[in-house]
Structure formats: structure tokens, C-alpha cells
Write a new protein. Structure first.
Length: 103
């Protein structure tokens, strides 16, 4: 008895789409950022990030709807997340640099 089955890969192209939408993100950073944990370690995150554990001390970086991003001059900026955050201008002194790193 020989049964030949063709496996349908027709939905393969939607896999990534389905994956991205299986866990809806509400409040998140979009892009490449340096985020600072409560113990002042900096990690780099990319793309959509709503949760991040510090690679060194495993503290959650996102707390109470806020995250601390670090500008290219090393200034920390605590920002509230409300939807998709794509841009943060450094509020330290006259710095005014974009904290996002891939712009
Ligand atoms: Zn840490
Ligand atoms: Zn700055």
C-alpha cells in the first residue's frame, strides 16, 4: 500500500505574521535602544520590546509601564510607555539627542 501525500506549505508565508500577532504587544519600544536595568546595567534591545530581563542581574527592565533608555551620551531617560514608542529625545541638560540607536 502506497500513500503519497503532498504536504501543503501554502500557509508558510504567513507564519511570521501569525507569530507576531499571537502575542499582541500594547506598550513597547520599537527599534534599537539601550535600556538600563535598576542596577544600572545597560543592554541593547532591538525591534519590538515590551519586556526585557537584564542579561547580568536578571532584573526586569520594564517596570510599572516605564523603561529607562540611555542616550548616545550615556544619559538615562525614564520614559512612560503608552503604545508604540519610536522616539525619545534626551531630557538631560541641553543634550536633546535621539535615544533610539537605529535612526
Ligand atoms: Zn542588571
Ligand atoms: Zn543625552
Amino acid at each position: 500500500m502506497t500513500t503519497t501525500r503532498r504536504v501543503a506549505f501554502g500557509f508558510g508565508g504567513n507564519y511570521r505574521f501569525a507569530l507576531m500577532h499571537s502575542r499582541p504587544l500594547k506598550n513597547y519600544l520599537w527599534g534599537t535602544w539601550k535600556v538600563r536595568c535598576p542596577n544600572k546595567h545597560d543592554d541593547t534591545v532591538t525591534q519590538a520590546t515590551a519586556q526585557h530581563e537584564c542579561e547580568k542581574c536578571h532584573q526586569q527592565v520594564f517596570k510599572d509601564g516605564k523603561v529607562t533608555v540611555v542616550c548616545p551620551n550615556g544619559h538615562p531617560n525614564e520614559v512612560p510607555l503608552n503604545g508604540k514608542k519610536e522616539s525619545v529625545i534626551c531630557q538631560n541638560g541641553g543634550c536633546k539627542l535621539e535615544c533610539r540607536r537605529d535612526k
